[in-house]
Design a protein around this ligand. Structure first.
Ligand code: COA
Length: 684
């Protein structure tokens, strides 16, 4: 393939990152302009180990919210719509202009300051998908506080863990979320329960009352306050707070992501690098240039995709973001996404393959899409972005055909690969590659050709390599560990919140500090496209959410009869994978699945529920050092789900007792040939 502008931009970002990113930094307004793009240093850990580290825009000072809001109002774009809220579950729609957003954010920031929030404090956000959530997040950032948003579907125990780990001073919450067709889910028991369980006690809880399910009895003595009352009072007194600039390396937010152990890892996002990297990616990859362009990201603000492409990136660009409260199906039907694309003339749409699978199940012939397409309703759409899990080629091909038929010229499906740690896509295909060097040049190039099954080419600044277990690069086309060279691109993290030791152990130690370990496996093909095949076995991808197998095992072993369990993913036609447990007991009590799922829901949340389990003694293989060989179990389960009961799984030579593999194979065979397993197999 001849080089494409995307290849040139990538080359420039890797050969001279300082020059490349210094130029991107100029696109933003700095309180103190950085004199250099990055500085390398060495960090010494308490354990005595030293490792290479890096800081983006070390002497820069910036306010992300000034760049997201005030800058656009000052440039005369106050009347541009910043947020469109569309909530079929509450029958509401609302448009908020940049000028209104500025007023609301400045007022709430004033309130938060009066309630004791200062620069550097942490504010935990546990909110549904309503405009107040975005205003709360932006108001915290306006004060230079660090927000930690927790997904509204997490249990009280998970929330307590995050309150404690983040040291939250204030919680922003609402009286309820609305969970698809299930209706309102009260947050009060979760929030009160979590504070009770946590040793850190936030001094204030601001509650956004939603009329469909009110927070009953706001207890002032517990620090609970009615959010809207505080805002009304502040408005009547003219109270507002200005943007507080922070050092580029100061935290903007913490996002918790599943770790190897049950304890989540607090990825710290730094202010300067985040703003610069996102500003590039939203234009370059997403083709969102500014006022008039509309980005719809159907994720949740609790996930990193929501942080980046519902909130910060479209606002940095001065464009319009669509905030959607609902589900791809059932609210009210599988046409919802396509209605939104048409109604708001969406240009770029981001979702997860799971959502498209759910839609395909309801609308097997894509009649909703076709109908709107035939009527010209989808012609503004330039690209469909897919991430969160591997997109199977069939779904990419199907949507590429639909886009080519009904959407903008050259409209394309863009599979992209990233993580909470990276903050923006590490790979993808650029929609506006011309802008990588010149932001005023909005020339549309034909994007690089897609390869269904591949997540595209590396994005600027992400030095993606594939290495063997010793960290040596391997030849193109061969499978290996996907790693990244240092420095990690500016949106990427540089540490974990208050846990440098764990940062080193989780990401750098495996390859002696030379590479960042992504935990994913895959290959780079001859044309430079990255194919991400599977995750290491401590994390599973369920409906585009990353779940920790260790945390699920911990919840399972709270059952008094179970001392040992191994959790792996079992293929699922809609969610990609769902959790599945191997349990080493001889007699499973009646209703064990129900009991285990109740435990998992309580300690993690409903999204981690088991799809099934196998209970038999001696079926969990281990290495001699005691590490559970989940990968071996996963292979046995996958082979079994395809009817390949005899196929030998891979396992290391360090396996403690090879006969366990045979027992696990037998158990899987009998599972799929009878009862629940037979039903599951029939659905695959
Ligand atoms: N609050 C409370 N509960 C929640 C919740 C929330 N925010 N989100 C999910 N849950 C609950 C669900 O109600 C369900 O509970 P149940 O087992 O009692 O029915 C459980 O968690 C599992 O939810 P989910 O995995 O979402 O499955 P589902 O069957 O309700 O919906 C899909 C299936 C495909 C529609 C849904 O998973 C989906 O929209 N996925 C796309 C995810 C996505 O876009 N991610 C973006 C990441 S980039």
């Amino acid at each position: 393939m001849p080089p494409h502008p995307q290849d040139h931009a990538y080359e420039a970002s890797i050969t001279d990152p300082a020059k490349f990113w210094a130029r991107q930094a100029q696109q933003l307004t700095w309180h103190n302009s950085p004199s250099t793009a990055f500085r390398k240093s060495t960090r010494k850990l308490k354990s005595g180990v030293s490792h290479d580290a890096w800081t983006w825009f070390p002497d820069g000072e910036i306010s992300t919210t000034y760049n997201c809001i005030d800058r656009h109002v000052e440039a005369g774009n106050g009347e541009t719509t910043a947020i469109i809220w569309d909530s079929p579950v509450s029958n509401s729609k609302e448009k908020i202009s940049y000028a209104q957003l500025q007023k609301e954010v400045a007022t709430l920031a004033g309130v938060l300051r009066e309630e004791g929030v200062e620069k550097g404090d942490t504010v935990l956000v546990y909110m549904p998908m309503i405009p107040a959530a975005l205003i709360g997040i932006l108001a915290s950032a306006r004060l230079g506080a660090i927000h930690a948003v927790v997904f509204g579907g997490f249990s009280a125990a998970s929330l307590a863990q995050r309150i404690e780990a983040s040291g939250a001073k204030v919680i922003l919450t609402a009286s309820c979320g609305i969970e698809g067709a299930k209706g309102p889910q009260a947050y009060q028991p979760m929030v009160r329960g979590s504070i009770e369980q946590s040793s850190v006690k936030p001094s204030r809880v601001l509650i956004w009352q939603r009329e469909m399910s009110l927070w009953d009895n706001v207890k002032k003595e517990n620090g609970e306050r009615d959010w809207r009352e505080l805002v009304e009072s502040a408005k009547s007194r003219g109270v507002q707070a200005d943007n507080v600039p922070v050092k580029s390396s100061d935290g903007l937010y913490i996002i918790y992501t599943s770790g190897t152990t049950g304890l989540p890892k607090g990825v710290l996002r730094e202010a300067g690098g985040h703003a610069v990297g996102l500003n590039l990616s939203v234009r370059y990859l997403f083709g969102i240039r500014g006022p008039g362009d509309v980005l719809f990201t159907a994720s949740d603000i609790g996930w990193v995709v929501g942080h980046s492409y519902i909130i910060y990136a479209p606002l940095l660009a001065g464009a319009t973001t669509v905030l959607f409260e609902g589900k791809p199906v059932g609210t009210p039907n599988a046409d919802t996404f396509w209605r939104i694309l048409e109604e708001y003339k969406v240009n770029s749409f981001f979702t997860a393959p799971t959502a498209l699978r759910a839609i395909r199940k309801e609308d097997t012939k894509n009649e909703f899409f076709e109908k709107r397409g035939r009527n010209g309703g989808l012609k503004h759409l330039r690209a469909l972005y897919l991430a969160g899990e591997r997109s199977e080629p069939s779904i990419v091909t199907m949507y590429q055909e639909l886009l080519s038929k009904h959407c903008a010229k050259n409209a394309t499906v863009i599979d992209n690969w990233w993580s909470s740690e990276s903050g923006s896509p590490m790979t993808g295909l650029a929609l506006l590659p011309g802008t990588a060097h010149d932001f005023n040049d909005h020339t549309w190039h034909q994007p690089l050709a897609i390869k269904p099954g591949s997540a595209g080419k590396p994005s600027p600044g992400f030095d993606v390599r594939v290495v063997d277990d010793e960290g040596k690069e391997i030849k193109k086309g061969s499978m290996g560990n996907i790693v990244l060279g240092l420095p990690f691109a500016p949106t990427g993290f540089t540490t974990l919140w208050r846990d440098e030791e764990r940062f080193y152990k989780s990401y750098l130690k495996r390859f002696d500090g030379k590479w960042i370990d992504t935990g994913d496996a895959g290959m780079i093909d001859e044309d430079g496209y990255v194919h991400v095949m599977s995750r290491a076995d401590d994390i599973i991808n369920v409906a585009a959410h990353r779940l920790s197998t260790g945390a699920i095992e911990q919840a399972i072993t709270t059952h008094p009869a179970i001392t040992e369990a191994a959790c792996v993913g079992i293929p699922d036609p809609m969610k990609g994978h769902v959790p599945f447990a191997f349990i080493a007991i001889s007699d499973a009590p009646a209703d064990l699945l129900k009991d285990l799922n109740a435990r998992i829901r309580e300690s993690i949340g409903p999204i981690a529920s088991l799809g099934g389990f196998i209970a038999a003694p001696g079926i969990i293989p281990k290495t001699r050092s005691g590490k559970t060989l989940r990968r071996t179990l996963r292979e046995i389960l996958e082979n079994g789900s395809n009817g390949n009961f005899e196929k030998e799984p891979s396992f290391p030579s360090t396996i403690e007792d090879v006969s366990v593999v045979g027992k696990a194979k037998e158990a899987v065979k009998s599972y799929f040939e009878t009862g629940e397993g037979k039903k599951i197999k029939a659905k695959l």
